[in-house]
Design a protein. Sequence first.
Length: 209
Amino acid sequence: MIKVCFADNQPVVHYGIRSFFKDHSEIKIDAQVGAFDMVEDILKIKPIDILVIDLELEGFDSINQLKKLMKENPSTKVIIFTALSEGIYAPNAIKAGASSFVSKLDKLENLSKVIIRVYKGAIIYNEQVRSNISLILKQNKNDRLYRKLSNREMEVLRYISYGKKNIEISKILDLNEKTISTYKLRLLNKFQVTNVVDLIEKAKKLEIV
């Protein structure tokens, strides 16, 4: 049996996963957790073949955390399972070493097939993502800077593009307003702009938001 740890914030998603894989002939959901630190704890005490993880998992703020996790647990393969855009987030996931990126909009039958293929050694991404990566590699360094954004920075940028104020974003993400200001400053520096209008314009030009 393929031993899987499923990491997601939403109880309804956990319920659906439990129900779908309950009698699966090849896959066993060996652990279900709701925060990134719980993932780290599980991998210390259980031999997990596949980690299925949402990029919006509580406590998962940077792709560097995933890199570190995989370095410490080389026998565990990672599948990103999220509602976030594959075109935007998959390149960072690929660089971190994740084996696949599955949308929550897909049927669970597809997730089960991906788990089995990844367990056997496959690396699965769609052609658009592979094509985008090839184009990114041909761009200059400044145009590639946005690929270095953390997951939290991507979230803050998305809400900024929606016209949300710092205080609104802080409530949505359950973060201190000062922390949101810090993320905003980091975004301005990374995009080499001096104001929010230019930040959004450049982000749209690079098709991030």
